[in-house]
Each structure stands twice: as structure tokens, then as C-alpha cells.
Design a binder for this molecule. Sequence first.
Ligand SMILES: Cc1cc2nc3c(=O)[nH]c(=O)nc-3n(C[C@H](O)[C@H](O)[C@H](O)COP(=O)(O)O)c2cc1C
Length: 357
Amino acid sequence: MNSFGEKLRFSTFGESHGTAIGCLLDGVPAGLKIDEEYIQSELDRRKPGKSEFETARKEADKVEILSGVFEGLSTGTPIAMIIYNTNQKSKDYTNIKDVFRPGHADFTYFHKYGLRDYRGGGRSSARETAARVAAGAIAKLMIADLNISVMSGISEIAGIKGESFDYSEAKDSLIYALDKTKEQAQKDAILEAKNNHDSVGGVARVLIKGAPAGLGQPMYYKLDGVLASAMMGLNAVKAVEIGDGVLSSRTLGSQNNDEIRSGGFESNHAGGILGGISNGDEIVVNIYFKPTPSIFIEQHTVTTSNEEVDFSLKGRHDPCVAIRGSVVCESMAALVIADMLLLNMGSNMTGLTKYYK
Ligand SMILES: Cc1cc2nc3c(=O)[nH]c(=O)nc-3n(C[C@H](O)[C@H](O)[C@H](O)COP(=O)(O)O)c2cc1C
């Protein structure tokens, strides 16, 4: 199950320490201007090694388009993209060859497949998410043509919660912080954990602006359901909220309802989705990341033959995966919206007649 989406469908391939990773994106309509520099700039936002708040693994993450584009335009055929791995240090992982890292997928991959690519976590590594960002960049180009934009940032790190959400500020922050007044405390928390050979969790916030009312396919391809699946399917994500999310279970109906006026909704507790369908308001998704499992503190674990051992990890790891993870959330949101736009064309006769007449 390495594919996602219905009409706009992408499949990814590759492992952390293999030759390359990449994706095949199928369903992009012909005639979309494919700006390769833009795709690269999106990968640059996710790539590792940009600051002390990220893993020291330095990957250029240079993306190459192999098919589906001719003279700068999509041809309507599958778009294949490849990113070569250039900075693997597989020998860092020889000490975990036969042991399971607590919190990582080593244990479950081994018990499912009966073998495991221990080099950098193989397919379970978030290295795979670079391919999602490449696909997401094309989805962003698609929806930008319809004046829909997706942005993201970090609202919370190690329990230090931002109260304001400034997406343009977040772009220039090394930790993509949405609230400048909390940024320093959030950075300090990351570095303190890192210096203690530990890691911290965080919350990413995605905002989708300009989506028309009507996106989402009840019953089993509802917009909120698919967004949640897109985000939960991402490494280290433990919870997803649409709009007020968990908070809405603690408020009264009179507080939670978004009252309606001729000009639109008076509030947006729903996060822009009602009945699994976009209501034309801003779509807000909060994504909760756990702390990076690979830490350098000695921990109890077992070997592949169930022998108990205490071990200390080597290698290079993100002290807070939410930071780079937020960029991937943004890409996944764009892919979901683009897919929903294509699916929506068949929802009622107006959609069809608009297209064919
Ligand atoms: C952008 C990103 C970077 C990550 N980097 C690391 C890392 O350097 N080390 C690590 O142990 N886990 C890292 N992870 C998390 C693991 O991939 C993830 O925790 C692991 O696959 C187990 O899956 P689960 O946490 O979803 O259960 C990262 C996740 C993301 C989204």
C-alpha cells in the first residue's frame, strides 16, 4: 500500500539508505505549467541539515523529473520524479542491526516481514516523505491555478504553545514558528532536549485558503476523513484535529456552532468542513507529532532473538520531527485538495455542463 489518492494518485518508492527515493504522480491534467524551481524550493524547505534544530544528515534532495512533462507543461501522463540519496552513513546503523529501537518501527517491521532493512530504518524512515513533498509541490501548482493556497507552520513545541498564527513569519523561522513571541522558548526547548541526548514533540498547523464549498465525497471519502488519514499516515503523527478538534467535545452546541450570515460564517470552529464537505471557509488542521524515537540515552530493548539488552544509539537524528514534518503535512493537504477538486467535477450536472459547454 504505497499509493494515496483517487483521481490524483501518487505512489512512492525507495528506502533511506537505498540508491534513491521517488514518486509516480498519476492524474495531473495536461497543460499545467510545471515550475521545476518551485518543486525544488519545496524540497529545500523539508530537506535535512539546514540548522541545529534538525538532523545533521545533509542531503541535497535534488529532484529530477523523468516523465510526464514536455516543454514545461504536464502532458497528462504519469509524472515520475527521482531524488538520489547521497549522504547515507549505513555503518552508523550496524549497532542496531539486531536490536529494536524503542519507539521506532524496527520491532513491527521485523515481526511483519520477518526481515528488516536496518540501514536508517529502510522504508520506515521519514526519508520517504521527500517524495511526498515532490508530489505535493505539483498539487500546489494545480490548486494555485484556482487561487487555492496551503500553508503551514509550528504552533507548539514541547508543550510551549503559540497563541497567534503568522504563516509568513513562519516561513523565515528556522523552526517554522507561527508565534514569534514563543519562538525563542520553543528553540531553547529543542536545544535543551538535544543537549540531553533526548528529543521533543510538537504540533504543526495547516491552513487551506480559497477552497470552494463542496469538496469531499461522502460517505467514505469525506474531506475531514481523508485529511486525517493523509496526516495520520505520516511518520510520528499521533493525533489530528480539524478546526477546534478535541476542544469541541468540551463546549456547548451554542458555543461550537458557526452561525451563518449572508456574507458567510460568523466563526470557524468547524475548521471549514461540515458533513465531510468543505463549507468555503478556511480549512484548519492541527497535526500532533510525538518526540523523535531515536535518542542517544541508554534504553532497554530486545534483540531479534528476544534477548534483553541495554543499548545506546549512534547516527544523526532530528531532535524534533514536527519541524520538517510540517512541510510534509502541507504537501499532503495540497494532494488531498487537488484530488477532491478532480473528484468534485462529477458531483452534480452543473460541474459537468460548466466543463463541457
Ligand atoms: C520529517 C520527519 C523526520 C523524521 N526523522 C526522524 C529521525 O531522524 N529519527 C527517528 O528516529 N525518527 C524520525 N522520524 C520519525 C520516524 O520515522 C517514526 O517515528 C517511525 O517511522 C515510527 O513510526 P510512528 O512514529 O508513526 O509509529 C521522522 C519523522 C518525520 C515526519
